[in-house]
Design a protein around this ligand. Structure first.
Ligand code: ATP
Length: 310
């Protein structure tokens, strides 16, 4: 019998995921299992167990943090044919900009009746001296990770979320980061080629084009090509950096002098000072000076739903 599982993060999108699930669940016309996550990292174990117990499809209801955990969990299972999809219910939802997802109950009912097919995509891996992480969309160091760290631990965000103004917290921390973020020196080892960069704001490794809720940071990234794209922003004034962010939405930033891009299968990044890391927008610890963080791609590691065009 087909086994479909929903994993719902009730806190994603300030309750948006939970509300979407509440609207969809009563209209589902097939048998399924569903679980709520009770806190950070819980979706990893849930997804791994569901895949090991024969799930054909695991659907995450939440944002990119939730999907990050579900993809990791499925990658750790011994069920290589388990497919991951989503009902976007977070604030960013970059997973759903590139991988097929569901938004209505009738789509789910139809798909269950007709059957679904999977298509493997590449999984990003980050290995440091102290940890191992995966990434589905992107990972990186610097300014954006600093913002992710401060927003997520901030009590201001929780307070503003309660009155529906959670996005203001991001604006607050973007301004704070513009004023206070300490720039760093970065050594890049891209497939054996060494380059050095001064006054770096951020270095992002992309498995797919989108980042930070719709910014097209790496327009040429393809999650099925076995490669990762590196985007570095350096040597630009604090206020001109805002222009870079403006142009990223259109994917036009890659022509700017302050933006450097590389393609590789393996990238080592070494900073001269401590800076912040993220994987799929979730804070992932801090770098140690002069210790290399190694980013790589595991080709075709996990299955998403087949895209319409293929
Ligand atoms: N029950 C829970 N309570 C609190 N946090 C949870 C719970 N379940 C999962 N989480 C955590 O919530 C975080 C955010 O999830 P997700 O990214 O899906 O939502 P989001 O609203 O898009 O958040 P973001 O603002 O980071 O984009 C994840 O790191 C996840 O580990």
């Amino acid at each position: 019998m087909k086994k479909w599982v929903f994993i719902i993060n009730p806190s994603a999108g300030n309750g948006k995921g939970k509300r979407k699930w509440g609207a969809i669940q009563p209209r589902l016309m097939f048998e399924y299992e569903y679980y709520y996550t009770s806190g950070p990292r819980k979706a990893v174990e849930l997804a791994k167990n569901c895949a090991n117990n024969g799930a054909e499809l695991v659907i995450g209801v939440g944002g990119d943090g939730t999907l990050h955990e579900i993809v990791e969990g499925v990658s750790l299972s011994n069920n290589k044919s388990c497919i991951v999809s989503a009902i976007s219910g977070g604030s960013g939802n970059d997973f759903g900009r590139i991988f097929p997802t569901f938004s209505r109950a009738d789509e789910l009912n139809e798909a269950f009746k007709n059957g679904v097919q999977g298509e493997f995509f590449d999984l990003g891996r980050l290995e440091t001296n102290h940890s191992k992480e995966t990434f589905t969309n992107n990972a990186g160091l610097g300014f954006d990770a600093y913002i992710a760290y401060h927003v997520n631990k901030s009590s201001v965000k929780k307070m503003l979320n309660k009155i529906g103004l959670g996005k203001l917290a991001y604006t607050f921390f973007v301004v704070k980061a513009l004023l206070h973020f300490p720039l760093f020196h970065l050594q890049v080892n891209a497939d054996g080629q060494i380059r050095n960069f001064e006054n770096v704001w951020l270095a992002t490794l992309s498995n797919q084009p989108f980042f930070g809720g719709g910014m097209k940071i790496s327009p040429t990234s393809n999650p099925r090509d076995g490669l990762v794209e590196l985007t570095i922003v350096s040597n630009i004034s604090r206020w001109k950096l805002l222009l870079v962010f403006g142009s990223v939405y259109l994917g036009k930033h890659t022509n700017l002098q302050a933006v450097h891009t590389f393609q590789a299968s393996k990238v080592g990044l070494t900073t001269d000072t401590i800076t912040y890391r993220h994987v799929d927008g979730e804070y992932a610890g801090k770098t140690r000076p002069h210790q290399e963080d190694c980013f790589s791609i595991e080709p075709r590691a996990v299955a998403s739903l087949t895209t319409m065009s293929s």
